[in-house]
Design a protein around this ligand. Sequence first.
Ligand code: KIV
Length: 277
Amino acid sequence: MPRSVKDITSKKDSTKISVITAYDYTTALLCDKAGIDILLVGDSGGMVMLGYENTIPVTMEQMCFFTEAVSRGRQNSMIVADLPFMSYQASKSQAIENSGRLIKSGADAVKLEGGREVAETVRAIVKTGIPVMGHIGLQPQTTVLQEGYKVQAKTKDAALELIEDAKALEEAGAFSIALEMVTQEVAKIITDSIKIPTIGIGSGPDCDGQVLVFHDVVGLYEKIKPKFVKRYLELSQEIVKAVESYKSDITSGKFPSKEHCFSIDKSELERLKREIA
Ligand code: KIV
């Protein structure tokens, strides 16, 4: 059975929650096998899978496509899928309808960016029975239009705003909140001041869980290398090396060798040759 909202929320103050992004069947299968609590079908997929500069162009169709693939690969992890830019801001009914599309595609919950300004939208989605993860601090969908990617909550006033946002999301019924690039001291204050788990990305060790983009964890995305990422592999280098060897084996005739080939019976081959002759 996949992990439920209750499994995740009950980890607050006990076990740390592990979250990683996934956008396709194979990655979901592997991360699920590794015991990850939550597979996040993030709109970061638009950057690392589709090559966009940022998450703004990502569509509902693309998010549903990623979510369906991930749901075919998971067994035990919970799936949270991102509502992309402009799929929930226009109205509550738009937010509910698009949340429903992600759930029908295989998600167990949805995530959306914003604090107090989206609290009523969160409440409306939760009221339909769809669990919601909030996302505050750096909000890639809109920060990129304003100040760019910057560390959040560096002043007392900014920190107070963020604490209010977290409380509003909790009050609206969110089951957890992602905190992106928040100063670690403020992330701890937020984590201590709400009852739902916080999932940090670049927000220090005191959050209730941690999330990273899969491509960063395995070293597959070279364009941006944030300070907060820990790379456990340098997979892109290994892949280039492997493909270079493949190419060189083709040109030298080393591949395919006997072990990669299929044969017809000798007698059948003789009959064939006679007939052709
Ligand atoms: O889209 C994403 O990958 C995210 C994480 C950065 C939290 O929202």
